[in-house]
Design a protein around this ligand. Structure first.
Ligand code: TXA
Ligand code: MG
Length: 375
């Protein structure tokens, strides 16, 4: 499928500043897709229209508190199949089913194991996806044939209203082309999927900025398959036993198929500079920026705290104060900015061991692959 189909673009009336409107139009032109069909109307009307498209088997990208999702009816086999085509997603990577209220679990899972139920009660709506036994009637591609289905109830109001109005669970991976950074603004979705999907709901920037924590319950323990905004410490503080999945670290056979793919990456090679002394990390970054530019490369520097400013072609402060949550919310936009500005090398400062940095470092590690420098 090319980029030739018409994509509806819903945005709340009076909610879109002119500068953002221009950025969206530029993204559309650069993507080479037909002009978007603008629908500026009330939130009520947006939910109504987008739900109708979803019910008819169409693909609609929508905002959640983590990243934008590419939605389709989770119970409609051909709609689910269309997600894989639009994203160019490998068929062995299952999707997360999104629900608006707990009662919708019935449509996905026969009996909810008690620990999964307790976890949901504590953290939903919110950025955590929980694996539960899948009903055998679900589309095969939703779970990639695995016995469990991942379920999440997002906290984002517009997302929940859209799912509720559609009346079925909504399958939604991140709304990017496979291998690209997840979209945290509607214009990122236009860049990747404009002309390839039926519609995009613009809800402004996503708050959290990285994808949900994915967990599985194994013998009374919450096993974290993908770290996210809800940390191991937070799960433990709520009275659960929790641990990270070893497979996802050693890389032999991750329990979450998505963990084995290179993700979250800009086009230019990304180098991650790590260390316990922020001054030494900054010094190494400055040195590498100068070295890259001396070789004629266009270098981007992504900073994780205060300190001397590098003389790079593009400098982005993920956080001025070293706050991992703030950095997470800006990370994917920054990686896309590196592509847009045609960088040939991206140098990023890592975050220390503070709580909340695990998910961020997981994503940075994947973007860097083996290009990690310890100082
Ligand atoms: O925050 C999020 O989770 C976003 C928003 C849109 O909700 N969605 C998202 O979906 O990140 P996606 O498809 O990009 O990532 C889903 C992850 C993948 O790593 C996948 O392998 C894993 O969840 N997953 C889904 N179903 C699974 C299953 N049945 N067993 C193991 N892992 C599963
Ligand atoms: Mg994804």
């Amino acid at each position: 499928m090319g980029r030739g189909s018409e994509t509806l673009y819903w945005v709340e009336e009076g909610r879109i500043p002119d500068a953002r409107r221009l950025r969206i139009k530029r993204a559309q032109k650069e993507a080479g897709c037909p002009p978007l069909i603008w629908r500026e109307t009330s939130a009520e009307q947006i939910v109504l229209e987008a739900a109708a498209v979803l019910r008819a088997g169409g693909l609609v990208a929508f905002p959640t508190e983590t990243v934008y999702g590419l939605g389709a009816s989770a119970l409609d086999e051909s709609a689910v199949q269309a997600i894989f085509v639009a994203k160019r997603r490998p068929a062995d990577n299952p999707l997360i089913a999104h629900i608006a209220e707990y009662g919708q679990m019935e449509q996905l899972c026969g009996h909810v194991p008690s620990l999964a139920g307790k976890l949901a009660e504590r953290f939903w709506p919110g950025p955590i996806s929980i694996l539960v036994p899948a009903l055998p009637t679900l589309p095969l591609q939703l779970t990639a044939g695995l016995p469990q289905v991942a379920v999440r109830m997002p906290r984002h109001d517009l997302a929940r209203r859209l799912i509720a109005r559609t009346g079925v669970p909504i399958a939604a991976p991140s709304a990017n082309l496979s291998g690209r950074p997840s979209p945290t603004e509607a214009e990122h979705v236009v860049a990747d999927l404009g002309g390839r999907i039926a519609g995009i709901v613009d809800g402004g920037p996503c708050q959290v900025g990285i994808e949900s924590t994915v967990v599985e319950i194994v013998e009374g323990t919450v096993v974290i398959l993908r770290p996210g905004r809800i940390s191991k410490e937070e799960i433990e503080a709520a009275g659960f036993h929790a641990r990270y999945d070893e497979g996802s670290r050693s890389g032999d056979k991750p329990r979450s198929p998505g963990q084995k793919y290179r993700h979250y990456a800009p086009r230019a090679p990304l180098y991650l500079i790590c260390g316990t002394d922020p001054t030494a990390v900054r010094e190494e970054l400055l040195r590498r920026v100068d070295e890259a530019r001396a070789r004629g490369l266009r270098a981007a520097a992504l900073l994780s705290g205060p300190g001397p400013r590098p003389d790079a072609d593009l400098v982005i402060a993920l956080s001025e104060s070293g706050d991992a949550g703030e950095a997470a919310s800006l990370l994917y936009g920054a990686l896309r900015a590196c592509d847009d500005a045609d960088m040939s090398i991206v140098l990023v400062e890592g975050f220390g061991r503070q709580e909340g940095a695990v998910a961020l470092m997981n994503r940075l590690g994947k973007a860097a692959e083996d290009r990690v420098i310890f100082v």
